[in-house]
Design a protein around this ligand. Structure first.
Ligand code: MEV
Length: 438
């Protein structure tokens, strides 16, 4: 077991690695070399990455890929995607290509409101708290003007502060439920700074309020923090075409395909076990764009799944229907994204990703990202209701399996050819490699 270490963060990078080698890798140079192999030869670039977080000892690469041919609101996009799962980019590209000749994707931001809360305890008369709040509301907002003035110039700011009584659930518990617009920033730092200021002002104003008793003056702030549940930071994307334009195979006519597709979505709407996997597939597309554009994928994941259970039961984020022989497939998802601040001006690949998308504002990025999720879901359901998922998935995974077996370039060429007409399975790759090597 490694010993307790103090002052680790203050060690140099080389000393951190030395400590790890000694206590975790039996001084094996391979471990040290692996870490060093991933350093960037450009010192300045490496320093930039080192400074993103604490205790950075190396870089962790993920593929930076692109999915071309996305027609969104009449404009063509090549979408950057950062993801390790082998079939995701191919699936997105395939869906993009399919829909570009059928009118493309339509997308629209429905609202862009974000939420933050000051959670506090007040012991006393509720009516008096309400009166105090009504008197103090403007003072709270004014007290944060040094934080909000720049955001207001960019079209954002504090929208509303509401006092919420939560005492039926926890005794003496109240909230300032605050709404914000944050223009092109994701806005976490802005919102949290505002909330912390509101909390300070709430406490100091309560102390001075003559209507309160000594006990009532003692408002205790429990915490001030933004919420990643953003049901009003919502975007909708959809595709639609005549049923006759849907895939038509010997196994399924276009009409049967449409019905089977809608049925598959209906299952995800009512069955949580399916809905979670269905939405996971949507998040394959969404997270990949969120990561490539330097946004916070944990926030997006948390918000999306909370939204999927907003009515008390976890359900699908997408919906499909056939009406008057028109097939429509759509997604509605909360996406609190930013195109300024955070990593967006720092990480060279993030800057490039945003450039690739034509330097979108936050709303445009919400639309593009929702489309990536819808496309991914379309591709997944298309495979599930026709060939099954493994055919495409294993085809894309073949290279990973070949690399696991340390296949040579010649072996790879031969086996890629073989698996063009044979189903890829891990065991068959093993058998074929063994045959080649005999
Ligand atoms: C795999 O990463 C995602 C899928 O399972 C999604 C789905 O089942 O809809 C293919």
């Amino acid at each position: 077991m490694a010993p307790i270490v103090s002052g680790f963060s203050k060690l140099s990078k080389a000393d951190k690695i030395k400590w790890l080698a000694e206590h975790h890798f039996d001084n094996d140079v391979t471990a040290t070399n692996t870490l060093i192999t991933y350093w960037n030869s450009d010192d300045q670039l490496q320093r930039l990455h080192d400074e993103f977080t604490e205790n950075t000892i190396s870089n962790y690469y993920l593929p930076f890929s692109v999915a071309p041919n996305f027609l969104i609101n009449g404009k063509r996009y090549t979408i950057p995607m950062t993801i390790e799962e082998s079939s995701v980019v191919a699936a997105a590209s395939k869906a993009a290509k399919f829909w570009q000749t059928r009118g493309g994707f339509k997308a629209k931001v429905l609202s862009a409101i974000k939420v933050g809360q000051v959670h506090f305890t007040y012991t006393g008369n509720v009516e008096k708290l309400n009166q105090f709040f009504n008197k103090t509301q403007d003072i709270l907002i004014a007290s944060a003007s040094h934080i909000t003035k720049n955001m207001e110039k960019r079209g954002g700011g504090v929208k509303e502060i509401e006092l919420r009584d939560k005492t039926s659930e926890i005794s003496n518990y109240y909230q300032l439920h605050c709404t914000f617009e944050t223009a092109d920033a994701m806005g976490a730092n802005f919102i949290n700074s505002c909330l912390e200021q509101f909390a300070k002002t709430l406490v100091s104003e309560a102390k001075e309020y003559s209507g309160f008793t000594e006990t009532e003056k003692n408002i205790e702030i429990i915490m001030s923090i933004l919420s990643n549940y953003v049901p009003e930071c919502l975007v909708r994307a959809s595709v639609s075409c005549s049923v006759n334009e849907l895939p038509n195979t010997t196994q399924l006519s276009a009409k049967q395909y449409a019905k089977k597709f809608v049925r598959a979505v209906n299952i995800a709407e009512i069955e949580p076990y399916r809905a979670v996997t269905h939405n996971k597939g949507i998040m394959n597309g969404i997270d990949a764009v969120v990561l490539a554009t330097g946004n916070d994928f944990r926030a997006i994941e948390a918000g999306a799944h909370a939204y999927a259970s907003r009515n008390g039961k976890y359900t699908s984020l997408t919906h499909a229907e056939i009406k008057n022989n028109i097939f429509t497939f759509s997604i509605e998802i909360p996406l609190a994204l930013g195109t300024v601040g955070g990593l967006t001006n720092l990480h060279p690949l993030v800057k490039l990703a945003l450039q690739l998308l034509g330097k979108p504002n936050a709303k445009k990025l919400m639309e593009i990202t929702a489309v990536a999720g819808l496309a991914q879901n379309f591709a997944a359901i298309n495979s599930l209701i026709t060939t099954g998922i493994q055919r495409g998935h294993m085809k894309m995974h073949l290279m990973n399996i070949l690399n696991q077996f340390e296949a040579t370039e010649i072996e790879k060429v031969q086996l890629i050819k073989y698996f063009k007409t044979n189903t890829v399975t891990h065991s068959d790759v093993a058998t074929q490699i063994e045959k080649l090597r005999k």
